[in-house]
Design a protein around this ligand. Structure first.
Ligand code: NAD
Length: 305
């Protein structure tokens, strides 16, 4: 196809690319010309063990299809080594897809500090270390496309996933700040919250659903966000099973109590309907727009209360 999105000359790091979503992203980018660092620790879905097999297999698949890739087996907790692999083999890094992940699901009262800590280390600290190591090279080049992998569990909360939800929504705030900091150097940062059949979901979803939710339905959106033509920045997208949509924050019109007035709990309770009514919702996009009603109130432009 004449106008297909190509990645010739671009170098992509895909973490956790030995299987599931990461493998699918790596195969797609490589099939369109990107040189890919296929990172995977090769451990279990709960973070135990390690093996070179998963990453090697995907590299072999990419090469068999005529693409270029190199395997890396470091944990994302050692993100600088993964970025170094890109520099050693391909001399640059243009795209970082933070995808590696594990689960330590259990209800909160049974959750150990280790369960909490490990999820934090792989999802958040790992994404920090990989991105932080790549960042100066992208700034220097004046180009970068960075993706983070969040989850509906982070956005909405999910029973048995307090640790995972913490990390996954943490990535959204992290990404939005990087989006603000990176844009002047043409480094754009976006987040996906995917749903796909993989070893992480095969225990919770029925077999036929797991099989239908192919990771290949997620990767095309990843490719668009990773492409040089992409102008989207700081976005959060739900994607899976053929569905793709963008999310944003919504806030009620709210109530501004006149300054100087004695704001009692009873007054707040009495205003509850107006505090929680989404009828006249707004969509603050940054800290400045979020602060606007507060600033208006300070300027005594109270809407009453
Ligand atoms: P998966 O288990 O198939 O793949 C994850 C890969 O990450 C594995 O190959 C694993 O070895 C690797 N990995 C784990 N820890 C690592 C580490 N420390 N360093 C390097 N590699 C490591 O899972 P998946 O479903 O493809 O998940 C990919 C990402 O998508 C994860 O971040 C996951 O939380 C997220 N996610 C998945 C779903 C879904 O429905 N599958 C939903 C929401 C979010």
């Amino acid at each position: 196809m004449a106008n297909e999105l190509r990645f010739d000359g671009r170098v992509a790091i895909v973490t956790g690319a030995g299987q599931g979503l990461g493998r699918s992203h790596a195969l797609l980018l490589a099939s369109r010309g990107a040189k890919v660092v296929v990172n995977d620790l090769g451990g279990s879905s709960t973070g135990g063990g390690k093996s070179s097999e998963a990453a090697d297999k995907v590299v072999a698949e990419i090469k068999a299809a005529g693409g270029e890739a190199v395997a890396n087996y470091d944990s994302v907790e050692e993100g600088a080594k993964i970025v170094q692999a890109a520099l050693d083999h391909f001399k640059r890094v243009d795209i970082v897809i933070n995808n590696a992940g594990i689960l330590r699901d259990t209800s909160f009262h049974k959750m150990s500090e280790q369960d909490w800590e490990l999820i934090y280390r792989v999802h958040l600290l790992g994404a920090f270390r990989v991105t932080h190591a790549a960042w100066p090279h992208m700034r220097e080049a004046g180009y970068g496309r960075v993706l983070f992998t969040s989850s509906a569990a982070g956005i909405y909360g999910n029973f048995g996933q307090a640790n995972y939800s913490m990390a996954k929504l943490g990535l959204v705030g992290f990404a939005r700040t990087l989006a603000a900091e990176g844009s002047k150097k043409n480094i754009l940062v976006n987040v996906i919250a995917p749903i796909a059949g993989s070893r992480l979901t095969e225990t919770i979803l029925p077999k036929e659903v797991t099989e239908a939710l192919k990771p290949e339905y997620v990767s095309p959106l990843v490719a668009v966000l990773a492409h040089e033509s992409c102008q989207e920045n700081g976005g959060l997208f739900e994607v899976g099973g053929g569905f793709m949509a963008k999310l944003r924050w919504q806030r009620t019109e709210g109530v501004s109590f006149k300054l100087g007035r004695n704001v009692t709990p009873d007054l707040v309770q009495g205003s509850w309907q107006r505090i929680t009514d989404f009828e006249k919702a707004t969509y603050p996009e940054d800290v400045t727009s979020a602060m606007q009603p507060v600033m208006d109130n300070l300027g005594s432009k109270s809407r009453g209360g």
